[in-house]
Design a protein around this ligand. Structure first.
Ligand SMILES: C[S@@+](CC[C@H](N)C(=O)[O-])C[C@H]1O[C@@H](n2cnc3c(N)ncnc32)[C@H](O)[C@@H]1O
Length: 242
């Protein structure tokens, strides 16, 4: 048994600390903040789930890591309304050849994303490819990305990773972030987890559990499963991939 530090005593303190961390971390800028608000309105209007979007602190964290890692090319699997894509775009904007390719289905959220990218003039940096990602990802053969963010349907994670590897989409020393990889804590399969009452979530957590085990057992990969946000599995080639 490993001993961990219990960070905060309850949900109220956790929420207050998250607000504190957001306020005392570098801001994302007006355009991205406004898009978050616009997405909240959109999800109400169109009966979509606002919790699909990564939270503000996670966006701040990912932008920081991408800048620290001098990331120029990002592949995102799971665009939704484009909130995280806009965050990635801000991280690569220092580079003239900075680019974000984002994959998602053709539906109301991606129509909304497209209109945002066009309005913000970010469609020079962000390229949205619509259709099932297991198919559209194959059109990227020959390309390489410094950072790949997997944040789409949970049952697809293993296939997306396999395609990333077989198509050699990860650049040397590149990193993959797979989101929601602790899935409300359900992957740890404890008895005292109120989220376990939601059977749809339990089903998704089983796909995530299989993904995490696939990554941990992969001979060419090393990873760390970070218990931040809903869990981020950070993955790279053992030898950097060069
Ligand atoms: C959690 S949301 C992405 C949120 C986004 N990364 C953000 O933080 O703003 C997951 C997205 O995966 C997409 N998705 C689900 N199944 C898919 C598939 N087969 N191919 C591509 N995208 C898919 C959904 O349409 C949804 O927009």
């Amino acid at each position: 048994m490993h001993v961990s530090t219990e960070l905060f005593p309850n949900a109220e303190v956790t929420a207050a600390v998250t607000e504190y961390a957001i306020a005392n971390s570098t801001g994302l800028g007006e355009v991205i903040n406004q898009h978050r608000n616009d997405t909240l309105e959109f999800t109400q209007r169109e009966a979509q789930d606002p919790a699909m979007m990564i939270n503000t602190l996670q966006a701040q964290f990912m932008v920081f890591i991408a800048k620290m890692h001098r990331v120029k090319k990002v592949l995102e699997i799971g665009c939704f309304t484009g909130y995280s894509a806009l965050a990635w775009a801000s991280a690569v904007s220092d580079y003239p050849d900075g680019e974000v390719v984002t994959l998602d289905l053709d539906y109301v959220a991606t129509t909304f994303a497209e209109s945002t990218f066009a309005k913000q003039d970010t469609n020079k940096v962000i390229k949205l490819i619509k259709g099932p990602a297991s198919e559209t990802i194959t059109t990227l053969a020959g390309r390489q990305f410094d950072l790949i963010f997997i944040d789409a349907n949970k049952e697809g994670y293993i296939e997306y990773l396999q395609k990333v590897l077989s198509l050699k989409l990860l650049a040397p020393n590149g990193v993959i972030f797979a989101d929601n990889t602790l899935y409300r804590g359900l992957v740890a399969n404890t008895e005292n987890n109120p989220a376990a009452k939601n059977q749809a979530q339990v089903g998704r957590s089983k796909h995530i559990d299989a993904f995490n085990k696939f990554v941990a057992a992969h001979q060419e990969l090393e990873n760390v499963l970070v218990p931040a946000f809903d869990g981020i599995n950070m993955i790279r080639y053992k030898n950097g991939g060069s």
